[in-house]
Design a protein around this ligand. Structure first.
Ligand code: ATP
Ligand code: MG
Length: 167
């Protein structure tokens, strides 16, 4: 069901406030007011996973910023943290399945989060990029084309518990 983009993102962010608070992190959001329709499953999946990374790879006491900007042509979403950062050597394989960075230390994970986000974003004709400085922080940025009322983009791409399914 279509829902206003910023309302929906606000909803997800409020759910995630509980997790960020538990990690003693402040979650700030900066959401544009322009109403647009979105693929709710995709948006929830992206936000949940990028925020999980921002939380996991940041020391407590910091801040995580979620931004959303919607124009006629595209939706831009970014998640910024002031965490451990990503070493240059890890950049070329960051989106590969089951590959984790050398920066993870004792933080647990499976190395699938970004791989699945990238696949699903690309299925929706979008892009994912990131900028990072070790010891300073990381920003992941996703752009998705507006879909002019069509839901979802392809009509058949669904994400189901880590597997991309075609129906
Ligand atoms: P999971 O599948 O449970 O998400 P993961 O977090 O290790 O495991 P990805 O989310 O795919 O896997 O991330 C891949 C790697 O990228 C991580 O192992 C980590 O090295 C690095 N990474 C991702 N996000 C961040 C971030 N915000 N700050 C620092 N490193 C990050
Ligand atoms: Mg992850």
């Amino acid at each position: 069901q279509p829902l206003l983009l910023n309302e929906f993102c606000q909803e997800i962010i409020e759910e995630l406030q509980i997790t960020t608070a538990r990690h003693k992190l402040t979650l700030r959001s900066q959401l544009s007011d322009i109403p647009h329709q979105i693929d709710r499953k995709l948006m929830r999946h992206i936000l949940t996973n990028l925020l999980a990374n921002a939380i996991n790879y940041s020391p407590s006491g910091g801040e995580v910023l979620v931004g959303l900007e919607s124009t006629e042509k595209q939706i831009e979403l970014w998640v910024q943290d002031y965490g451990i950062g990503i070493p240059q050597a890890a950049c070329s394989t960051l989106f590969d399945s089951f590959v984790r960075g050398p920066n993870v230390g004792t933080i647990s994970g499976t190395g699938l989060g970004l791989a699945i986000i990238k696949k699903s974003v690309e299925l929706h004709q979008g892009q994912i990029t990131f900028e990072s400085t070790v010891g300073e922080g990381t920003t992941f940025r996703i752009t998705l084309p507006q879909m002019d009322g069509k839901l979802p983009y392809h009509g058949e791409a669904h994400l189901c518990s880590g597997t991309l399914l075609k129906t």
